[in-house]
Design a protein around this ligand. Structure first.
Ligand code: UDP
Ligand code: MG
Length: 328
């Protein structure tokens, strides 16, 4: 792992943003130099099909702070962030979108909040948004649900502009659509000092949005797995074992009762008078026993899998600039 030896790393995931890149990187450099920060700009090209990589090559030739990674195909924003995070050398890590909707002028204040106010993470809040209604309404809903489930009082979980203490980004692994829940993951990892800063939001200048409505479906499923995984990843048996044992016990006691009924009252399952109660109970017991054993087994398997660890964070990288060739 890299030791932090710079003030700030800016990580920018991008997909087909060739028009915005020159203006964006120049603006960032200007802000950094004005405040005298040592910095790096890590551009992660998430499988662009336009000339983004060409533009990045040209830009990195004149600005040595630019480093870049190019994926072999589109893996998604989370993957891009994840790989970018691994390379960061800054004490403070800032993420922003490549489409110029986030302003680099926010960087100094975000940096100050992490360094001086000792926040682990500061999330941008696009209080005044410049997006169509079809996007702002579902976003409100999404934020409400996430706020409630995670108990983190943020207004805008999905804001691309965020600042982190270096320790936070090195501790998290994001994939799928999970970039929306980085504050939640950070909190689960023990980084509870989460702040918020109102940031300027601008209209998209070039290109189009890369996310459709499916983002909300995937996003919701990811929230479920995050809540579940973070709670039980290290001890799946606690969840499955409890449920399994409970179900098994229910089945077991019903069976005992049915046997007792037979022995002491000499009722048999086929006797019509008791059928109404005994027969459903018999099936209930059967189902409960089977489900109980199943859950127990699932817990057992999950326990074994969590021991071997998962390998889902491997992305094929096609090219990179200014970084040690660890991936190629
Ligand atoms: N992005 C990416 N990979 C993807 C989709 C998006 O790297 O698969 C980048 C995109 O280029 C931009 C950022 O993620 O820099 C946010 O995307 P976008 O602006 O389209 O989202 P919106 O602002 O509409 O939520
Ligand atoms: Mg955008």
């Amino acid at each position: 792992m890299q030791q932090p030896d710079l003030d700030i790393s800016v990580v920018i995931p991008l997909l087909n943003e060739e028009e915005s890149l020159p203006e964006l990187t120049q603006w960032i450099s200007r802000v950094m130099q004005m405040h005298g920060y040592s910095y790096e700009i890590i551009l992660v090209d998430d499988g662009s099909t336009d000339h983004s990589w060409r533009v990045i090559q040209d830009l990195s030739a004149v600005e040595p702070a630019i480093k870049a990674i190019r994926f072999n195909r589109n893996y998604g924003k989370s993957a891009a962030l994840n790989v970018g995070f691994k390379e960061t050398r800054g004490e403070v890590v800032i993420t922003m979108d490549a489409d110029l909707q986030d302003s680099p002028d926010e960087i100094p204040e975000l940096y100050r909040m992490i360094k001086e106010q000792e926040y682990d993470l500061v999330s941008g809040w696009k209080k005044k948004r410049f997006d169509p209604l079809s996007k702002t309404i579902p976003t409100k809903l999404f934020n409400g649900v996430t706020r409630r489930i995670s108990r983190i009082p943020l207004h805008d979980f999905n804001c691309g502009l965020k600042a982190y203490d270096q320790r936070v980004v090195k501790s998290i692994d994001v994939y799928g659509e999970m970039h929306r829940y980085i504050p939640v993951i950070a909190k689960w990892n023990g980084f509870k000092n989460i702040g918020e800063k109102v940031v300027q939001h601008r209209e998209r200048q070039y290109g189009t949005t890369k996310f459709g409505l499916e983002r909300f479906v995937y996003g919701f499923l990811d929230l479920l797995s995050i809540t579940f995984v973070s709670r039980f990843k290290k001890r799946p048996m606690h969840f499955f074992g409890t449920m399994g044992t409970l179900s098994f016990l229910i089945g077991f006691f019903i069976t005992i009762w049915l046997i007792g009924d037979k022995v002491f009252n000499s009722f048999y399952l086929h006797q019509r008078t008791r059928d109404v109660v005994a027969q459903p109970l018999f099936f209930l017991a059967l189902v409960a026993l089977v489900i109980g054993v199943q859950l127990f087994l699932a817990g057992f398997l999950a326990e074994m899998i969590s021991l071997t660890g998962s390998r889902k964070n491997e992305y094929l990288i096609r090219d990179q600039i200014g970084l040690l060739p660890t991936h190629v």
